[in-house]
Design a protein around this ligand. Structure first.
Ligand code: SAH
Length: 566
């Protein structure tokens, strides 16, 4: 229910592959990550161990590292003080002889350790005393149940460890196999129930998540008040359910966010109470609080993933120029949550690795509108969809096509999709940064492709921009089907700029084999440029000077006209 991704099995050499495969048999969705150049036949290859491990950790991916525990600890240490994801992390000996749970005690690391150890036929190195004694972590109830209070819980477990006995009140099926020192007369009690209750010092409160609130309007505060009135613990709230027509309602979204529960949707035909009933097969009790809010209590914990459907999400993301370090964290997080990924095959590959459960839809670069519509169709079903662009999605890429598809559509399901654009480092900026600051003053960005606009308009804009003494950034400068256009463009620019004007050519910037060249307008010829090149042309103030270690710095000063202060 946590929606945590399948584990990543990370290995450094071929020697670990056999053990990794045995673990993978236990978790068929897990991917084996092998160090590039050292491991043959892994599912994914990585370049750098540290960066890969940290990234997996931050994406809340359980990590099974086949290497020394110390290496894993050192690698993740910088992240441990940060709030955020804390997935289970284990070190497993290369030969499978030891399984050591390291992090994620409340995320089920000991359970994983037991399962892996069983698969490898060894004993797990469990060091958590409660876990050892009782065979379960009382503070980590299974999904469908929520612990009342962690600090009180820790004290409770230490009382138990000191030798006390315990009673179980309410239904706790997962404790049936635990080795608890049970006694009906015990002072300590584990209490399982959805009623609001003040925990006393002798109690461990565990709440079944079996309560659903159906609503057409209402804030988190109103929901809390209604639950309070009904004497129901807010911790037992499993999900909010609203009518499909309210999918884009921001108040409902905020309420769900604040209460930290999923918001799901079903079509409503009658009252809000009937809407609530539509999701719970045999309710224990139900309360129509008012016309816009009803509470339904189920006999068993509810799995929100099986109730109605979520609001679909469509994110149009920019990967940046290529290098993983230049991808913004929001984009990485979006890729991790995606169900479907759409885009031109080269970019989809660049956005990987993906998990086995993620569906890739690779299409030709030219089918932009079709891809945009397909994305909405998937998102309207409640899926989380990502459309990938290189660089920034708003710069000669998919964001505008996606909005155009939405603008043209009258389908409310499409308009109800949660749509977001996530920016990336555009090729002109990535190239400029490597050269220095050629775009340090006013500049003009143009695509030289006349596939989607008449050539005459390109000539006009070039002429005016060159006349205005703007630095110029050319995307799509040339291609096999557009061989002469760049030459013509340079002629127009040369009418307004000297032959000494600095020019930067960045090819495959941020990708393997990248090249950066600094030349001049007089020396630039179209054969030095291809469709993977970014062309930056300086203004009249752009300067070049040598850098220590070779090459040049190119920059356009911030000032224009007379230098301030001189
Ligand atoms: N949305 C992209 C641009 C797509 S247009 C962005 O914001 O970067 C494609 C053009 O961008 C290519 O023809 C090339 O001119 C330029 N380009 C894209 N990636 C590049 C890279 N890594 N290095 C140099 N130029 C690149």
């Amino acid at each position: 229910m946590s929606g945590r991704p399948a584990p990543a099995i990370v290995i450094l050499g071929n020697g670990s592959l056999a053990t990794a495969r045995r673990i993978q048999q236990r978790y068929p969705d897990a991917l084996i990550y092998g160090l590039a150049g050292r491991v043959d036949g892994a599912d994914r290859s990585y370049q750098e161990f540290g960066a890969t491990l940290r990234e997996l950790y931050q994406q809340d991916t359980p990590i099974i590292a086949l290497c020394a525990a110390g290496i894993v600890i050192r690698t993740l240490a910088p992240l441990l003080l940060e709030k955020g994801a804390e997935p289970p992390v284990l070190a497993v000996a290369e030969d499978g002889s030891a399984v050591v749970p390291l992090l994620g005690g409340l995320g089920g690391v000991n359970r994983l350790a037991r399962e892996i150890a069983a698969a490898l036929e060894v004993s797990p190195a469990i060091t958590t005393s409660g876990e050892l004694r009782f065979g379960t972590c009382l503070l980590n109830p299974p999904s469908g149940y929520a612990l009342g209070d962690l600090e009180l819980g820790k004290r409770f477990v230490s009382d138990l460890l000191s030798g006390e006995t315990v009673r179980v009140e309410g239904a706790a099926p997962w404790l049936a196999d635990a080795q608890l020192p049970q006694d009906l007369q015990a002072r300590l009690a584990i209490h399982v129930g959805h009623a609001a209750r003040q925990a006393d010092a002798n109690e461990l409160l565990i709440y079944p998540r079996n309560v659903l609130v159906a609503l057409t309007a209402g804030s988190a505060q109103a929901i809390r008040a209604a639950l309070h009135e009904a004497n129901i613990a807010v911790q037992s709230l499993a999900c909010l359910l609203a009518d499909e027509s309210d999918m884009a309602n921001p108040t409902l979204r905020e309420a769900a966010l604040e209460l930290d529960v999923p918001l799901r949707f079903n079509p409503r035909s009658g009252s809000v109470l009937e809407l609530g009933r539509s999701a719970v097969s045999a309710p224990l009790s139900e309360i129509a609080v008012n016309d816009s809010l009803a509470i339904v209590v189920a006999a068993e914990p509810l799995d929100p993933l099986l109730i109605g459907r979520p609001r679909g999400r469509l994110a149009v993301i920019g990967l940046g120029p290529g290098a993983a370090e230049l991808m913004v964290p929001a984009v990485k997080a979006e890729l991790a949550r995606a169900n479907d990924v759409l885009g031109y095959e080269t970019y989809v590959r660049m956005a990987g690795p993906f998990r086995a459960d993620q569906v890739l839809h690779c299409t030709d670069n030219r089918e932009e509108m079709q891809r945009a519509r397909h994305a909405f169709e998937l998102a309207a079903q409640g899926r989380s969809v990502v459309v990938v662009s290189s660089g920034d999605p708003g710069v000669f890429a998919m964001a505008a096509a996606v909005l155009e598809a939405l603008h043209e559509s009258s389908d409310t399901h499409w308009h109800n999709v949660e749509l977001e654009m996530l920016p990336g480092v555009s090729a002109s900026l990535a190239t400029a940064a490597q050269a220095g600051a050629p775009l340090g003053h006013d500049f003009c960005v143009m695509s030289l492709s006349d596939n989607l606009k008449p050539w005459s308009i390109i000539e006009k804009r070039l002429d005016l921009a060159a006349q205005a003494d703007l630095a110029l950034a050319f995307y799509n400068p040339i291609s096999r089907s557009r061989p002469w256009q760049l030459g013509r463009a340079l002629e127009i620019v040369a009418q307004h700029r000297t032959a000494e004007t600095p020019v930067v050519l960045g090819r495959d910037i941020g990708r393997p084999g990248q090249t950066l060249r600094v030349t001049t307008l007089g020396q630039l010829t179209p054969d030095q440029v291809d469709m993977r090149t970014m062309v930056l042309i300086g203004s009249s103030t752009t300067c070049v000077f040598p850098r220590a270690g070779g090459g040049e710095w190119v920059y356009t000063p911030r000032w224009y006209g007379d230098k301030p202060g001189s």
